[in-house]
Design a protein around this ligand. Structure first.
Ligand code: HEC
Length: 95
């Protein structure tokens, strides 16, 4: 009986940490890998690092319009911040 309770507790914590891990999956790098590596080489994006927020905001909207990819506002914001603040030559955009 006690053993069962222990297992239940272990499972709950296991699931919680898994949920947390999935939450972390929406880091800027992951969003970049998910949305920006499908159509063209990352080198194209690498060339533009150092551009301002207006550039990235406009460019990202254009990219997402190309194949009508849905992205929620929060993720778009994370991606825009990430590309605006990335230094020229920064990984993982520039390999
Ligand atoms: C549906 C395909 C597609 C996806 C997905 C895509 N791109 Fe593009 N991207 C293109 C094409 C095609 C071009 C060539 C120029 C054009 O047609 O606008 C391009 C050009 C670019 C350029 C070159 C500069 C410019 O102004 O044209 C940059 C930077 C860029 N993409 C960044 C990104 C980023 C960052 C992402 C992730 C959000 C992304 N792309 C996702 C298709 C895509």
């Amino acid at each position: 009986m006690q053993r069962t309770v222990l297992w239940v507790i272990i499972c709950i914590f296991g699931c919680l940490s898994l949920a947390c891990a999935q939450e972390e999956n929406t880091s800027a790098e992951d969003l970049y890998a998910r949305y920006c590596r499908g159509c063209h080489s990352s080198a194209i994006t690498c060339l533009e690092l150092g551009q301002d927020r207006t550039y990235w905001s406009t460019t990202l909207k254009r990219m997402f319009k190309k194949d009508n990819t849905p992205i929620d506002a929060e993720d778009l914001q994370i991606l825009t911040d990430f590309l605006t603040s990335a230094d020229p030559g920064a990984k993982p955009v520039c390999n």
